[in-house]
Design a protein around this ligand. Structure first.
Ligand SMILES: Cc1ncc(COP(=O)(O)O)c(C=O)c1O
Length: 357
């Protein structure tokens, strides 16, 4: 049997949640479990976190309903809101919180004839320019929403574009937009901070924080490692060497012959490829760990396999290979692949055996 394994470590998840609570001790927590729990498995993440958080965050209704059907009872916020009266009825029956970011969603709540109620997260576009009402439009939206019987609380929410960049003036500008808006509205709970906001912008914590990537053990910052933030990797991707191969100096390796052996080289063939979600486009310095030793991936990553240079280490067929996780951060691999760990996690396919510990 192919021995590729993707381990999800629940105690690391809880450890990272404790770091959220240490950083933002007074805020309620909406833990992001959208996109299948950032690829970790929304159900296992929700089961692990829901006794300890105030709500879970998903992108759309179906993600919320899947968690409800699996027995998750914690409040669930739908970040993109609902798009039809049927979706609204289903979301309210499933006791979901709704983000409202456009006038059509206000109209749906206005037309709602049922007796269920919810908390509405009124989304303000404070500068990200993706979803949300302009501050001016948010004032009007607030006054409409607060008159609807279905709306039992309104929480002001906004999302930061650049909170991971500590030198960017953008976050302070967004904070000021929200402060000005708050001055012309009655006192409302607010939710602004993602992981970067939680860790680096304490003035944004407000009443609700929305951690995502830090729960999964990655750093939201390019220049600060997860270790330095005392975060632990939740996902570890492992496989094994299924073959070794001697290659003479002057030979090329893999598809396209992109890697040239400049000396006689011993290669290890790892049962892991882009079919498992490992990125195909990686830099020449990308490493794996074999028996605790870092070695370089050489040649192109193929669908089921990759080759690594084991000339200078002790390694043999059958040895375990760690692709990312405990001992080699997904952030490091992501940087080599010119992406972010969020994407690596979301792309990990169901091909590797999932093990929950
Ligand atoms: C609206 C919103 N809030 C919070 C988060 C969590 O962000 P992070 O994973 O960077 O903590 C996201 C993630 O994309 C989001 O879209």
């Amino acid at each position: 049997m192919r021995d590729a394994q993707l381990t999800i470590n629940r105690s690391a998840l809880l450890h990272n949640l404790r770091q959220v609570k240490l950083a933002a001790p007074h805020a309620k927590i909406l833990a992001m479990v959208k996109a299948d729990g950032y690829g970790h498995g929304a159900l296992v993440v929700a089961e692990t976190l829901s006794p300890h958080v105030d709500a879970l965050g998903v992108a759309f209704l179906e993600e919320a309903l899947a968690l409800r059907m699996a027995g998750i009872r914690c409040p669930i916020a739908i970040l993109e809101g609902v798009f039809s009266s049927d979706e609204l009825a289903a979301a309210l029956s499933a006791q979901c919180y709704l983000v409202v970011h456009q006038v059509e969603q206000i109209a749906l709540l206005q037309d709602y004839q049922g007796t269920l109620t919810t908390r509405v997260w009124l989304k303000v576009d404070s500068g990200m320019h993706r979803l949300g009402f302009s501050p001016q439009a948010a004032i009007a939206a607030y006054h409409q929403l607060q008159s609807f019987p279905a709306v039992k609380e309104i929480i002001l929410t906004s999302h930061f574009a650049c909170a991971d960049d500590l030198l960017s003036p953008k976050t302070q500008q967004q904070i000021e937009v929200m402060e000005q808006l708050a001055q012309v509205l009655p006192p409302l709970a607010q939710s602004l901070a993602n992981s970067a906001g939680i860790l680096a912008w304490p003035q944004t914590h407000q009443q609700w924080v929305r951690p995502g990537i830090m729960l999964y053990g990655s750093s939201p910052f390019a220049a600060i490692t997860a270790d330095e933030l005392n975060l632990q990797p939740v996902m570890t991707l492992r496989s094994r060497l299924i073959a070794t191969q001697s290659v003479a100096a002057g030979e090329t390796v893999g598809y396209g012959g992109t890697w040239l052996a400049t000396q006689d080289t011993l290669l290890g063939v790892v049962a892991m490829g882009y079919g498992d979600g490992y990125p195909r486009h990686i830099g020449g310095d990308t490493c794996v760990l074999i028996n605790g030793q870092r070695v370089n991936i050489v040649g192109r990553v193929s669908m089921d396999m990759m080759t690594v240079d084991i000339t200078n280490i002790r390694a043999k067929r059958g040895d375990e290979v760690l692709l990312w996780g405990e001992g080699l951060s997904a952030d490091e691999v992501a940087t080599s692949a010119n992406t972010i760990s969020y994407e690596l996690f979301c792309q990990a396919t169901a091909r590797a055996n999932r093990i929950i510990i």
